[in-house]
Ligand binder design. Structure first.
Ligand code: NAD
Length: 485
């Protein structure tokens, strides 16, 4: 058996073990084997990290923006030079196909750093002139030590998406990656050390939500919390942060509709995108379409083709470049997904394909794999169509016209993303405007321009990330009024 790797916290520029010497097991989802241990940090570790961030703040916030940006470009270069190593690690830690980590996760982490390095240098504020009576200008100043909490589904991608704008605007950060996928954040700490990022500017503290996360969100030195994860955890964080008036950004769950009109262009490229929108990363992307709404006139033929294409997806070893789907992230998540499939059956759903665990042979025999699953015959109000499943499971629901499509699409408590497939541009605009969703893709999915506002409505989120929205979140606006009379 290979050696169990011990991961470290990164506090005040140093890699260090947790003070309490408590550790959490880290598993490789593809094999079900334990391969590492990560710190289960507590109040003491968080306190040291917040103090380090507070000490680093005056110097970092006073560092010229262009110089701060240089650090991110250097870190991005070092990360890019180690792209393959990071992609392999991300795949091993999360179960995602290494091809996906190589194509999406790690390149996007590099882009996040470069994007916010550039964006911060272009960030400007407003002036408001009062007809010769006075002039106002707005200062946008960093907040201090802030918390960034990220989930397991896109580990380094979402971790860098948060820390980059926070740091680029002059804040210092205490970041808590998911305890389920701590590997690439630990490797990222070494990259920061290699890039000679000043001590305390970024601190990475590992551990469970209950121990480390709770200590972080309740620490009085934290000025803002940027969170991505489940709606349940988001609500718990809001309950703690709101009475203390801590600035809060919440990116949470989704139950996203994919709306397919009869006039959609059913070419191979569009089919491939539509399929990806349901099953990429084993359906574990907050933006995945898990309710596929199809206009009734094409429902049967669409269903036949979709089932055929879904059956053709290869579930297998994430290391194998021919695998379309890898493993689910953990045993607990596997059990949750299988529970949801059982529930769909109980609710009267018809399993069109999948519905079972998939069992690749060889080294992956003990892994947590589920066959991509399509279900029909369930009404919009049932639990299967209301609750976020966050796995390779999607339902098919027919609709007649635009009004019904919009009503079905909006019929959940979530409102993160939607995709609409139609060749009628007027309909596309009208439907997009009526969808209760933070993001609408027309005839595409997951096309991301990092300048655009990113986030959800209803129980999917509060606030927006991306571009200028992220820079604004991580700064406080101060109005200065100068009398001219
Ligand atoms: P989660 O809520 O269980 O955990 C997210 C992070 O919060 C982890 O680092 C966890 O340790 C931490 N945490 C848990 N309890 C905490 C507490 N009490 N205080 C502070 N931190 C705590 O979510 P998950 O299972 O890791 O991720 C999956 C969820 O994330 C899904 O619901 C998915 O839709 C959502 N997600 C949303 C987006 C988005 O942009 N809206 C993106 C990716 C994932």
């Amino acid at each position: 058996m290979s050696e169990i790797r011990k991961l470290a916290n990164y506090i005040n520029g140093q890699l260090c073990p947790p003070q309490g010497r408590r550790w959490l097991d880290v598993f490789e989802p593809a094999s079900g084997q334990r391969f590492a241990e990560c710190p289960d940090s507590d109040v003491g570790d968080i306190d040291v990290a917040v103090q380090a961030a507070q000490r680093a703040f005056p110097g970092w916030s006073a560092t010229p923006i262009a110089q701060r940006a240089q650090f991110f470009n250097r870190i991005a270069d070092l990360l890019e030079a180690r792209l393959e190593e990071f992609a392999q690690a991300e795949s091993r830690d999360s179960g995602k196909p290494v091809t996906l980590a190589r194509r999406l996760d790690i390149p996007r982490a590099v882009s996040n750093l470069r994007f916010f390095a550039a964006a911060a240098t272009q960030f400007s504020s407003e002036a408001h002139a009062m007809d010769g009576a006075a002039i106002n200008y707005t200062l946008r100043q960093p907040l201090g030590a802030v918390a960034c909490i990220s989930p397991w589904n896109l580990p380094l991608y979402l971790f860098t998406w948060k820390i980059a704008p926070a740091l680029a605007t002059g804040n210092t950060v205490v970041a808590k990656p998911s305890e389920i996928t701590p590997l690439t954040a630990t490797m990222f700490a070494q990259v920061c050390i290699d890039a000679e990022l000043p001590p305390g500017v970024l601190n990475i503290v590992h551990g469970s939500g209950a121990s480390t996360g709770q200590a972080l969100i309740t620490h009085p030195g934290i000025k803002a919390i940027s969170f991505t994860g489940s709606t349940r955890t988001g609500a718990a964080i809001a309950a703690v942060a709101a009475p203390r008036f801590v600035k809060l950004s919440l990116e949470m769950g989704g139950k996203n509709p994919t709306v397919v009109f009869a006039d959609w262009e059913a070419n191979e490229a569009n089919w491939a995108t539509l399929l990806r929108s349901a099953f990429a990363n084993q359906g574990q992307i907050c933006l995945c379409g898990s309710r596929i709404l199809v206009q009734r006139s094409i429902y049967e033929s669409f269903k036949c083709t979709l089932v055929e294409k879904t059956r053709a997806l290869r579930v297998g070893d994430p290391q194998d470049p021919t695998s379309d789907l890898g493993a689910l992230v953990s045993r607990a998540h596997f059990d949750k997904i299988m529970g949801h499939i059982a529930l769909a059956r109980e609710e009267g759903g018809k399993i069109l394909c999948g519905g079972d665990a998939a069992a690749p042979e060889g080294r992956c025999a003990g892994g947590w794999f589920v066959a991509p699953t399509l279900i029909e015959g369930l009404g919009p109000g049932c639990r299967t169509n209301q609750e976020e499943i966050f796995g390779p499971v999607a339902t098919l629901i027919p609709f007649d016209g635009d009004d019904e499509a919009v009503a079905l699409a909006n019929a959940t408590n979530y409102g993160l993303a939607a995709s609409v497939w139609t060749s009628n541009l007027t309909r596309a605009h009208r439907v997009a405007a009526r969808l209760e969703s933070g993001i609408v893709w027309i005839n595409c999915w997951l096309k991301r321009d990092l300048r655009t506002p990113f986030g959800g409505v209803k129980q999917s989120g509060v606030g927006r990330e991306g571009g200028v929205d992220a820079l604004r979140f991580f700064t406080e606006a101060k109005n200065v009024c100068i009398d001219l009379e």
